[in-house]
Design a protein around this ligand. Structure first.
Ligand SMILES: [Zn+2]
Length: 92
């Protein structure tokens, strides 16, 4: 269940759910609040990770109710860490 989302500017270090890397102070990041699997959660992501995440749904790699494990993907890419041991060079 989706509740709210917002773009914020980091005042302290946060952790990106998508890639597991730090979101450093001064960086803009995306905050999503909602219910998944019956649990209320807040998910924070880098800007480029949010775009990559949305493209996974758009391309039907993930279905609407699919969640991600913490740090499952490389930052700003649609490559799972399980599939590649090194961070791929982002296209574009
Ligand atoms: Zn990230």
């Amino acid at each position: 269940m989706f509740l709210s989302e917002a773009w914020r500017k980091a005042r302290k270090t946060h952790r990106c759910w998508y890639c597991g890397e730090d979101i450093v102070p001064g960086e803009r990041y995306h905050v999503w609040n909602g219910m998944t699997d019956g649990q209320f959660g807040t998910t924070k992501t880098h800007r480029e990770c949010n775009e990559a995440w949305q493209s996974l749904y758009r391309d039907r790699i993930l279905m609407d109710d699919d969640g991600l494990d913490f740090g499952e993907y490389w930052r700003g890419t649609t490559v799972r860490k399980d599939d590649s041991e090194t961070r791929p060079v982002a296209a574009g």
